[in-house]
Design a protein around this ligand. Structure first.
Ligand code: UD1
Length: 429
């Protein structure tokens, strides 16, 4: 298993290209199941999760072709995928595949909407706690699906097609909103989704679906109206930049000090996160190349933050912010309201000498002057990158074990950081 070795204490200076968003790429790839024509996606990040979803889709009969490099492109430019679900040969998504990536459960919506049936394994628990799909099932039922749970599988049927309906989510859910959108796009009649997730990735997927011929209004707000159509077409769509990768590198710069251009990043995708970082002492300004972030001298200031659905502070940046606050001059408080048990990075951060107290969903962090490098273990995607941020500022050497979690969501992390002066290397094997 690969490990990452980091010798801390270097400032970051230079530029980091921001990749296409993982959390838009996955549902966009899944949306290809809605049409028998080719969907072309540009700016697709090279991530383990993208490869895994490719395998899951090919199990349904989907062909995925990766476009070749064009002149002038570097290894940091996203890839182009040509995805064709001309013939869906299997409407079952088996446990062995779904259990490895929760978002793959979302194939249930396009399979059901287009083929009238789907059998998809329940995703099961994962390291960040129970992650139910009850609201996704509720959404499909509201559109007329018959649902049975049988042998660990969700069996969904709509022999005469789905029908538009009203879906009122009692809780904001990104996966629920993606599922509702994809199902409603091919339903007969109008669907109104209330309390929809407002994440930019929802809007990106809706924009792509509209290019494919869907009639979706209001994506990005909490009420989305979908007028169903009988058929969708192929289209070409460019994945929006990854706001979580953006926020992560912004925090790395806040942690080490320095001055970095986050190429292609867009401030409006991360406003609350940037406001928090500005309060902590990061300077930023948006240019036509991307987002420039800098911290030159001055202590890091403590902050109080509660994770919220978009436009609030994202849960996917909570671990990274906690790493940053371990070195603030004072006491910070971070409350996690989206996922239970999403504090597994705490015990690893403590190994660097961080002072963190947990009380239910709130962590209290007493800033220390210096962290000290240590061997640590990555437990999930966001937790692992928080350990990298801590290591970049720590005295001495850190070895991050089990980095396959990082490869699920961060493309060429060690290359991007070492190009800015970090002493970081992957040890393969
Ligand atoms: C997506 C993101 C993930 C992010 C999360 C919250 C992708 C691929 N993943 O995950 O990175 O951390 O949004 O921003 O886009 N819930 C239920 N019942 C359900 C579904 C969800 O109770 O049927 C709960 C969850 O347990 C959680 C909350 O709703 O407490 C939000 O989850 P949700 O927004 O659905 O997360 P995901 O779509 O899985």
């Amino acid at each position: 298993m690969d490990r990452i070795r980091i010798a801390g204490g270097k400032r970051l200076n230079g530029s980091i290209p921001i990749s296409g968003a993982k959390n838009a790429t996955l549902p966009l790839m899944i949306a290809s199941l809605l049409t028998d024509q080719t969907l072309i996606l540009d700016n697709v990040p090279r991530l383990a999760d993208v490869g895994l979803l490719q395998r899951i889709l090919s199990n349904h009969g989907v062909d995925v072709m990766t476009g070749g490099k064009r002149p002038g492109e570097t290894q940091y430019d996203g890839q182009t995928l040509h995805i064709s679900a001309e013939r869906v040969i299997d409407t079952t998504a088996p446990y062995e595949l779904v259990s490895r990536m929760r978002a793959s459960f979302w194939v249930i919506a396009p399979l059901l909407a287009r083929m009238g049936e789907a059998k998809v394994s329940l995703p099961g628990g994962c390291a960040i706690g129970t992650r139910p799909v009850d609201l996704l099932i509720m959404a499909l039922e509201r559109l007329g699906a018959d649902i049975d749970i049988d042998g660990g599988y969700v069996v969904a049927r709509a022999k005469n097609g789905l029908k538009g309906g009203e879906i009122n989510f009692p809780k904001v859910t990104v996966g629920g909103t993606h599922t509702a959108l994809m199902a409603a796009a091919l339903a007969n009649g109008t669907t109104v989704i209330e309390n929809a997730a407002r994440e930019p990735e929802i809007k990106d997927v809706a924009d792509c679906l509209n290019k494919m011929g869907a009639k979706i209004n209001g994506a990005g707000s909490s009420q989305i109206v979908v007028e169903g159509v009988s058929k969708l077409n192929g289209a070409r769509h460019r994945v929006l930049p990854d706001r979580i990768e953006t926020g992560t590198y912004a925090m790395a710069v806040a942690m080490t000090g320095g001055d970095v251009m986050l190429e292609n990043a867009r401030a409006e995708l991360l406003q609350e996160g940037l406001d928090v970082l500005a309060a902590a002492g990061l300077e930023y300004n948006e240019t036509n190349r991307g987002l420039r972030v800098a911290r030159n001298g001055g202590a890091l200031k403590p902050v109080e933050v509660t994770t919220q659905p978009f436009p609030g502070f994202p849960t996917d940046l909570q671990a990274q912010l906690m790493a940053l606050m371990t070195c603030a001059s004072g006491t910070s408080r971070i409350t996690e309201t989206i996922f239970e048990n999403r504090f597994m990075h705490v015990q690893e951060l403590v190994r660097f000498g961080a002072r963190i107290q947990l009380d239910g969903e709130t962590a209290t962090i007493e800033g220390v002057d210096k962290l000290k490098g240590a061997p640590v273990m990555a437990t999930d995607l966001r937790a692992s990158v928080s350990l990298v941020i801590a290591a970049l500022a720590a005295d001495g050497e850190t070895m991050v074990n089990r980095v396959y979690h990082l490869d699920r969501g961060f493309e060429r992390l060690e290359d991007k950081l070492s190009a800015c002066g970090a002493e970081i290397e992957r040890i393969v094997g």
